[in-house]
Design a protein around this ligand. Structure first.
Ligand code: SF4
Length: 287
């Protein structure tokens, strides 16, 4: 069988900054003896990725010597509108870290993304990636994605006949090679560096993405309440909510505060009953 990691260009490798896309990139570099000249790696920054994600991307590009292109959406273009946006190159040092591209898109559109209408993925990620490849002169190319064999719904969506492939024909080497998440996590354990985010914590991509499970976003807010600020600001600007079925991110903040207060009360009761023990308090905080 043909090695699924051998890539014939032109192609674009969509690098998300996660362990899966890092593993994919590594396998491609190994199978091709480096990056073929017409294969391009890009990361489209929304400004809401975690600092750990940006540091991981930077480690990948420097340790593996990959000419990875950091791109940011800057607005709709005068000739192609949202479909052919304007964008700019950034790098690890200059990449936005305060959600500017994402907030600008929301202001231009005048509404928020939601589960049914992911204007953020479509514009900040897909359309910028497409515009980048077109700027290099390509009209057709493969879009190499880190979608694994244990994500059958995503695989099916990408391979669905009639899909709009104007941003590249999907190529899914990990699904073809039958690679699953446990295999990737085990591989990273053997590497000299890794993404400094908990693989079960779901903090990759945008920090409080509305697609993440409510419990995971609440858990993130319990640890870092200030994460809510940006999301609440966007809701206030537009006067609407990201998440259908909840009033707003303020619901998640309240839930996180309530859970923390319950744990504090419990920790206090334990201290009274058993005598204060810092290790128990630490354990409860990290529970
Ligand atoms: S991670 Fe979530 S919020 Fe960020 S671009 Fe993707 S869908 Fe949008």
């Amino acid at each position: 069988m043909r090695n699924p990691y051998v890539i014939e260009g032109p192609a674009q490798i969509a690098f998300s900054g996660g362990r899966t896309s890092g593993y994919l990139l590594h396998q491609i570099l190994e199978a091709n003896g480096g990056l073929p000249p017409d294969v391009h790696v890009s990361f489209q920054n929304t400004g809401k990725e975690r600092p750990e994600t940006l540091e991981f991307i930077h480690e990948v590009e420097t340790r593996w010597n990959v000419p990875l292109k950091w791109l940011e959406w800057t607005g709709r273009s005068t000739d192609g509108g949202f479909r052919r946006p304007s964008w700019k190159y950034v790098d690890f040092a200059t990449a936005d870290r305060v959600g500017t591209p994402f907030a600008s898109l929301i202001r231009e559109k005048g509404y928020l993304p939601n589960v049914m209408h992911r204007i953020c993925t479509a514009n900040l990620k897909i359309r910028v990636g497409e515009a980048f490849m077109r700027s290099l002169g390509y009209e057709e190319w493969d879009s190499v994605m880190g979608i694994r064999a244990d994500e059958p719904k995503r695989v099916a969506r990408m391979r669905k006949p009639g899909r709009d492939n104007s941003a590249g024909d999907p190529l899914l080497p990990l699904a073809t090679a039958n690679v699953t998440k446990p295999e990737i996590l085990a591989w990273w354990k053997g590497q000299p560096f890794d993404l400094q985010l908990d693989p079960q914590g779901d903090l990759g991509n945008c920090d409080l993405c509305f697609l993440k499970a409510r419990g995971k976003n609440v858990a993130a807010l319990r640890r870092e309440p200030k994460l809510a600020v940006w999301w609440l600001q966007q809701e206030n600007v537009v006067g609407n909510t990201f998440i259908k079925g909840y009033v707003s991110y303020s619901d998640l903040v309240r839930e996180a505060e309530f859970m923390n207060s319950q744990i504090e009360m419990f920790a206090h009761a334990q201290a009274v009953d058993d005598g204060y023990d810092e290790r128990i308090a630490d354990c409860m905080c990290g529970d």
